[in-house]
Design a protein around this ligand. Structure first.
Ligand code: ZN
Length: 376
């Protein structure tokens, strides 16, 4: 038996970011091997796929993300990060530990499995689209094995809510998101001659205000939209008209259609705006994630697995967060739940003193086991 809490502490100590969480993957591989589970590595990332064959080739897929964030770890605990400037500030150490602990138990009783179980340990969830790469490599397709992935499940620890409560709903749960970059180009002159040119910085400030207002007005309770400018940069000096300004931010929508539409409208608006001001520039989107939409049937199974594990299950309000889990659900139906993991005095996700209630990890392990043995 692998103790989920000590495992989680091991992972918290070695946070890695991006698509290559190599130390983390090495540890995952060692543990899977010691559990007698065969696994293979993703070709383009440090991701790991492990199959536990059941009676039938049809498989349910469990996904854990393994990556951390580029922020310092400032907790005062023995499991604090030993990697400078890196921190498991979103709880993915817990996700990895829960799935590994469940894996050992599932494999030791694999003769009781009706369907096969596939485990995905995926890096690069935090803005690197690790799921997109692993999906392209066949993580949820039949391609490279005799396993036939049918449904996918994801769990995320969530410290904004009381420990032990599961938050789950069918339909859209997380936003369709993208990053954007607006470049505005003009000509650089002395501030004394600014009346002779169009000022990209002044245009950028106006543009941010207008877009913010427009998108706020277009947003409704049932179809929320969000525009956020996070950085604005450019310019040479205090007395010079900036030649080039770059605005970076994020656009978020309740569903993929609305998202494509708001991207298109924003692009058209920016072109007209710049043209009227005699400025050049462009609008570019990156890191486009689809909305996470929970399938009805798969959601009801996850609901049952959570109840059997003794959890109270509450409705999950739609969140304006992005999750690359949507790349998997573009291929097979899936369901994603949040597990309340908050404690008195705890700090929010992505903060350097983030931590969660470790006791809730046992609940996650039970949910995974219930999905494998009792529900599907
Ligand atoms: Zn996260």
């Amino acid at each position: 038996m692998t103790d989920v809490i000590s495992l989680r502490r091991e992972f918290r100590k070695i946070p890695e970011t991006g698509l290559h969480n190599n130390k983390t993957a090495t540890l995952i591989g060692e543990i899977l091997t010691s559990q007698g589970i065969s696994w293979r590595k993703s070709a383009q990332t440090s991701g790991i796929i492990a199959d536990i064959p059941g009676d039938r080739p049809e498989a349910i897929v469990f996904r854990a993300d393994t990556d951390a964030l580029d922020i310092p770890d400032l907790i005062d605990k023995p499991w604090k990060s030993i990697h400078q400037g890196k921190c498991h500030a979103c709880g993915h150490d817990g996700h990895t530990a829960m799935l590994l602990a469940a894996a050992g138990d599932i494999n030791s009783r694999r003769n009781e499995l009706k369907k096969s179980v596939r485990l995905i340990f995926q890096p690069g969830e935090e803005g690197h689209g690790g799921a997109a790469i692993m999906t392209r490599e066949g993580a949820v397709s039949q391609e490279k094995s005799s396993i036939i992935p049918e449904e996918i499940f994801g769990l995320h620890l969530w410290t904004y809510e009381k420990s032990g409560v599961v938050f789950l709903s069918q339909g859209p749960v997380f936003a369709a998101t993208c990053g954007f970059e607006i470049t505005i180009r003009g000509s650089s002159v002395h501030a004394a001659k600014r009346h002779e040119v169009s000022d990209p910085l002044e245009a950028a400030c106006a543009l941010v205000t207008i877009l913010h207002q427009r998108i706020k007005e277009a947003s409704t309770a049932s179809k929320p939209l969000l525009f956020h400018a996070g950085t604005i940069s450019g310019g040479f000096g205090h007395n010079v008209v900036a030649e080039k300004i770059i605005i970076r931010g994020t656009l978020r929508s309740s569903d993929n259609l609305a998202h494509d539409e708001i991207i298109k409208q924003t692009d058209t608006f920016i072109s007209g705006f710049l043209e009227r001001r005699d400025l050049a520039g462009e609008f570019r989107v990156f890191q486009k994630y689809g909305a996470v939409i929970n399938d009805e049937k798969v959601t009801s199974r996850l609901h049952l697995a959570s109840t059997l594990a003794g959890a109270q299950v509450n409705k999950c309000d739609f969140q304006m967060i992005g999750e690359d889990f949507s790349f998997y659900t573009d291929v097979i139906p899936g369901a994603f739940a949040l597990i309340g993991a908050g404690f008195e005095g705890g700090k929010p996700h992505h903060s350097p003193t983030f931590d969660f209630d470790e006791n809730v990890l046992h609940l996650g392990v039970e949910i995974w086991k219930n999905l494998a043995f009792s529900v599907v």
